[in-house]
Design a binder for this molecule. Sequence first.
Ligand code: ATP
Length: 349
Amino acid sequence: MATVELSSLHKSFGTFTALENLNLHIEDGEFLVLLGPSGCGKSTTMRLVAGLEEPTSGEILIGGKRVNNVPARDRDLAMVFQNYALYPHMTVGENIGYPLKIAKLPKSERAEKVRQAAAKVEMDHLLARRPGELSGGQRQRVALARAIVRTPQLFLMDEPLSNLDAKLRTVMRAELKHLQKELATTTIYVTHDQVEAMTLADRIVILNDARIQQMGTPAEIYARPANTFVAGFIGSPPMNLISGTIAEGIFTHAAGRVPLAGYADGPATIGIRPEDIRVDEGSECIRGQVYSSELLGDSTLLNVRAGEALIAVKVGPEGGRAMDSAIALGFDAEKIHVFDGASGERLGR
Ligand code: ATP
């Protein structure tokens, strides 16, 4: 177990900046998720902590010790990647025990540790199999067992569940969260999947364009996204963003008017979550036509064409509407998020 400190971390590849002035403190035992779209710098951050890349400038401390010049193999961390990188010619047991062999642990001590690690991921009955004889989920568990066999200071996981089908991913997500809390090992986890980030993380760091956009607990980020990028990235489906203009306490946009007291006049973007909108025939907030109506089982997702925008609305399972029918939408003032029209930064509460 260890803290991780990244200060003023910067990474360039030639003239291209992959990571700009990253400052981040990770608590001992914390499950920290780096979330962002493709190319935002997530893997680069991970590779810098792992020692697979050298920072252009800045400091990396693991357990309070500066590791900038410490080679990857001496940083006492275990990595799990998207391609599990199991050795096909070795059995499950040999794969899991490989880090112990490298660490020159006597054979007699290895067997029990391998069995314990395999048992934690419920793979101890398949130790004699080879990776080719396992399902994707089982291979993923072997990769996890290989990571935990050694109780390292730090786990680094880069999209470890992305090769699994949706159902298995949900199961493995729960297992991974449980296991991480049980082992209490500091974990940095990279994903572009906001649901994975929300469900796994103690704290999420959202990256875009080589910079941190926001960090906080999943609940904080969901409740108060710092800018329109974060607002449009978190939530399923994400928050609706509507641009318009505030004048004298009224926000006017292409398909309606929303009372909005307490903000300066000028261009603005309002954000409203699909679950915070209701169908309200008397409302002037948004008027449009039903573009699609999708029954999800426990709810219905309406997509409403309003001016240029397509607004997602989550209603009850009985709330389906005919395509192209006229619809009016309303919401409570306290559910609205307001962002600066130019910078996209959050305004007010
Ligand atoms: P993904 O989810 O697609 O893996 P990511 O957020 O992990 O994305 P990184 O792998 O960190 O992205 O890459 C950040 C940026 O740095 C990308 O634009 C990428 O093209 C660039 N980059 C990464 N490695 C190199 C390299 N060795 N040389 C040049 N550019 C690189």
